[in-house]
Write a protein that binds this ligand. Structure first.
Ligand code: BT5
Length: 324
């Protein structure tokens, strides 16, 4: 399907904004007129705007804002993060590619970016919806000299970096929901997935997956996400330059990461708390072993969530889905 799409796009590029008849398209692609119509609809779903006129055919009136490794590199202010970019138009999951590259020895800071994920994933193998040309779907490879137990702190650090970058680029204020969500007006805008390759006492690599809804309109989301998800463009009322956002995330990330490696988690914890939405509130925490209810008291020095039940007993939660 991607191959047909790129053939079709090539035809439109050669037509230089002019009309292509349905007949001509179907001949060149070797498919039926109905199939042509379907491919045109797919382009529309991918953010292209096309005009259709009877007897003339189709023409492209607007190409969506696209990203490329060049665009990300130009104007990137970091030392190491994102200095090597592995860019692809369409992938199953950037996490999968990152795991392979990390295993093959990719350097710290290597960034994998895709325009579309056909099998993007969240925690516990849940699906992450990642439509073409609309979001930031990327994975960052890190090689910190840390024990594996510290890796979850990097999820919290990532959340702070993304929250800061969103604020800088859009002026939108975001809330962080422990451990891996960023919300705007209570709706999920960002999901983070931290995975690692490690030995018993040593991290080989940490792979940080970041999924950011940027330029989607509500109709880009599947029905079941309408009430729980949003995008920066929906909240801001206009589209955002994704390459600029990626550059800013990498810059904020690098600053926090240096501070973290030098001074530990405490400075990150303070920043994290300034964005945290659930602290001091009644929450429900669903863990793999069961459901707990209580008041979120805060996070420990290690980034573990403290939940106090009505008898004053505190549970330490390492991983869960939180309902506020
Ligand atoms: C997450 O999981 O939030 C982590 C998402 C990480 C995605 C990035 S994209 C780049 C990299 N490559 C990947 O394949 N993954 C990473 P979790 O907390 O388990 O949340 C998953 C749940 O969020 C789903 O079950 C849906 O309910 C919801 N969801 C799915 N797609 C969404 C979207 N685009 N926006 C908001 N919510 C979504």
């Amino acid at each position: 399907a991607t191959e047909i799409r790129s053939k079709l796009l090539k035809m439109f590029t050669e037509a230089q904004g002019g009309f292509l008849s349905g007949q001509k398209i179907s001949e060149e692609l070797g498919c039926s007129r109905t199939a042509v119509w379907k491919h045109i609809e797919e382009l529309r779903n991918a953010g292209y705007e096309l005009e259709a006129i009877r007897r003339k055919g189709y023409r492209i009136t607007k190409i969506p804002n696209r990203i490329s490794s060049n665009e990300i590199s130009l104007g990137l202010k970091t030392e190491a993060l994102g200095r090597r970019i592995h860019f692809e138009e369409s992938v199953t999951s950037t996490q999968k590619i990152a795991h392979q590259l990390a295993y093959d020895g990719a350097l710290e800071g290597t960034l994998i970016v895709a325009e579309e994920q056909t099998a993007g994933r969240g925690r516990l193998n849940r699906a992450w919806h990642s439509p073409m040309y609309t979001g930031v779907w990327m994975s960052l490879i890190l090689r910190p000299n840390l024990p594996p137990a510290k890796a979850p702190q990097l999820t919290l650090l990532t959340a702070v970096a993304i929250a800061q970058a969103i604020e800088e680029v859009t002026s939108l204020r975001t809330d962080i929901k422990w451990p891996n969500d960023i919300l705007i007006n209570k709706k999920k805008t960002v999901g983070i997935l931290t995975e690692m390759q490690a030995e018993a006492d040593k991290i080989n690599s940490v792979i940080i997956g970041m999924g950011i809804n940027v330029n989607q309109e509500l109709e880009h989301f599947p029905e079941e996400l309408h009430s729980i998800a949003t995008s920066l463009a929906i909240e801001l009322g206009k589209p955002i330059n994704r390459a600029e956002l990626i550059q800013m995330i990498l810059l904020k990330f690098e600053n926090l990461y240096h501070s973290y490696l030098e001074h530990g988690f405490y400075p990150i914890k303070l920043l994290w708390e300034s964005y945290a939405i659930s602290i001091g509130k009644k929450i429900i925490a669903r863990t793999i072993t069961g459901t707990l209810e209580g008041t979120a008291k805060g996070i420990t020095e290690d980034g573990v969530l403290m939940l106090e039940d009505d008898k004053g007993h505190i549970s330490y939660i390492h991983s869960a889905d939180i309902e506020i």
